[in-house]
Design a protein around this ligand. Sequence first.
Ligand code: ADP
Length: 166
Amino acid sequence: MTGKRAIYPGSFDPITKGHLDIIKRALTMFEHVRIAVAHNPDKPSGLFTPTERCDMIRETVADLGDTVSVDAFHGLLVSYAQEVGAGTIVRGLRAVADFDYEFQMTLMNRHLADDVETVFLMADKSHFYTSSSLVKEVCAFGGDITPFVPALVAERLAAKFAKSGS
Ligand code: ADP
């Protein structure tokens, strides 16, 4: 595998146990994994701000030590990967629904930067249907999401929805 540093990009709005599973698997293959929270300052979107997302990820991965770093970025992913010296992009695959989008993204990124490889990892089957968007939807209606997200994330989600009165 080329390069010992990988980048794991996504929206992480918020981090779930599915993401965490992918991070831990990536760490068995790479010396360092940089979790990169994608955002667009000109068009902010999502429930949590990029800073809130990064903070939740940092707290979640604190016990993994300095093999993991967390940062927000905007712009082209491959340019960011090159900038931080990551030769590999890690993505997680769930059900078939992820495949088409991931396929397009990977080929486009390869067109933009042939030296940055993309690898796909599968999380444990218990996370196969976990997504940040579903977790937010269920939490907004008062459902129990504790099996799917780290405890601190469940607390922040509850606080967010309590504040917004949803
Ligand atoms: P989401 O679709 O949940 O908003 P992100 O954009 O934050 O996800 O996802 C970042 C990466 O993590 C993507 O490659 C996505 O497919 C992957 N991922 C997200 N949730 C899971 C999961 N439960 N199992 C495996 N991969 C996942």
